[in-house]
Design a protein around this ligand. Structure first.
Ligand code: CTP
Length: 398
């Protein structure tokens, strides 16, 4: 989510309310996330906060006037055409009313009427103004036209009272702006992602593990949620923090992972097995810590359930879509193809064992029954997006 605004043009319209001081923090957060921010202040906004503040933060002069001899061309058209998203922070009752009725009597409302970009509004006003039927009718009209509302929330108001009407926090507003820039093409889709490695107990303090960091699976879960999916992340031990907005089920061993994945797969539209599941486990983990009493120690291993193969065998029809990973040291594409057929999945993400684990980027090929798409070396996040593009285009029943 944090990356959605990187290198994007955000038009920040600041309305005239006391919450305008917090729009400075929104500008700062957007700049921190890599956005280019153009600020437009209404006349009333200038009473609360200065254009100089925004210029200092965004590195671009703030705009206030529709008519400015120093600006060649039509300022409102230039600003509104360039914007990938427009945000109104704070949106006063007056601004909402002008937007709802298509008034264009200053630079801010002219830009909002001229833009084809998604619009996010963060209202802030006294509870009675928010609840007034006129405001509520305007809100309903704007929402029906696709304007996205972030807040208001309940809390302390400028009047000293408590109530609904307080502006949402700057970070949440920046998140809402990021969401508006992210296509919600997985909305209504249930995705199960497995990630991380597994730990197979040798004794109460030792295990057999592998080098998986969990980064690929966590990136998949994070991006799927950002694109609107409801996501269950079944995670073995991993080195990265859990992404926001996903349900995390923590497991340790392959057998625990099998139970969790198979249980959640029943209602899933897609299952993505990014976890590095141990193929074998010690047959009888010692109950007590092993002591170094002999020069040699032999561990007997038995096979773990193959979760992906089990999902493939159980599947009737095309749901859920199954995505597997193949990490190989040689014959990558041939082995990936063989895995695709043997485990009866729809897509295998083939990557070479070199650099597949700890790094932030990866070079993979997407192998399906009828094509092999080789991707250049890109971030794991970008790989995740390409895999999820395939989930969007998954085979559907009938
Ligand atoms: N996988 C799984 N359960 C296992 C082992 C692997 O679900 N017990 C999944 C992995 O999550 C991955 C895919 O299967 O998506 C490929 O795993 P890999 O270990 O490379 O394949 P194997 O079936 O073990 O094949 P081989 O050992 O022949 O390479």
């Amino acid at each position: 989510m944090n990356d959605a605004v990187r290198d994007r043009d955000v038009l920040l319209v600041v309305g005239g309310g006391i919450a305008a001081y917090k729009s400075v923090m929104v500008a700062r957060e957007l700049v921190k996330r890599g956005a280019r921010v153009e600020t437009v202040l209404t006349r009333a906004a200038e009473r609360f906060v200065s254009g100089v503040t925004f210029a200092g933060i965004t590195g671009r002069p703030a705009h206030t006037k529709l008519w400015d001899p120093a600006f060649a061309g039509e300022r409102h058209i230039a600003l509104s055409s360039r914007a990938a998203v427009a945000a109104v922070v704070p949106a006063t009752a007056n601004l909402l009313a002008r937007m709802a009725h298509g008034l264009a009597n200053d630079l801010a409302t002219t830009c909002l009427l001229a833009t084809a970009a998604p619009v996010v509004v963060a209202p802030a006003m006294h509870t009675r103004m928010w609840q007034h039927p006129a405001t509520q009718a305007n809100v309903a009209l704007l929402a029906a036209r696709g304007v996205r509302f972030e807040g208001p929330v309940a809390g302390a108001l400028a009047s000293g009272e408590e109530g609904l009407g307080r502006m949402s926090e700057p970070e949440f507003i920046a998140d809402a702006i990021a969401r508006a820039l992210t296509p919600q093409d997985l909305a209504g889709t249930r995705v199960v992602v497995s990630a991380g490695g597994t730990h197979e107990a040798i004794d109460p303090v030792r295990f057999l593990g592998n080098r998986s960091s969990g980064r690929m699976g966590y990136a998949l879960a994070e991006r799927a949620a950002a694109r609107g999916a409801s996501v269950v992340l079944v995670s073995g031990p991993a080195a990265v923090p859990a992404p926001a907005g996903v349900e995390v089920v923590r497991v340790r061993s392959a057998r625990e992972m099998a139970d969790a994945v198979l249980a959640h797969a029943a209602s899933a539209d897609a299952v993505i097995m990014a976890a590095a599941v141990a193929d074998y486990r010690p047959s009888e983990p010692a109950r007590e810590k092993l002591k170094k009493t002999s020069d040699e120690l032999v561990l007997r291993l038995v096979k773990n359930p193959d979760i992906l193969a089990e999902l493939g065998a159980r599947r009737v029809g095309v749901r859920p879509m199954l995505v597997g990973f193949a990490v190989e040291t040689s014959d990558l594409l041939a082995r990936a193809k063989e895995k695709l057929l043997r485990k009866r999945c729809d897509l295998v993400v083939a990557n070479h064992a070199d650099g597949a684990f700890e790094g932030d980027d990866n070079e993979v090929a997407l192998v399906s029954a009828d094509e092999v798409e080789s991707l250049p070396r890109v971030s794991k996040r970008a790989v995740a997006e390409r895999i999820l593009d395939r989930v969007v285009k998954r085979p559907r029943e009938g």
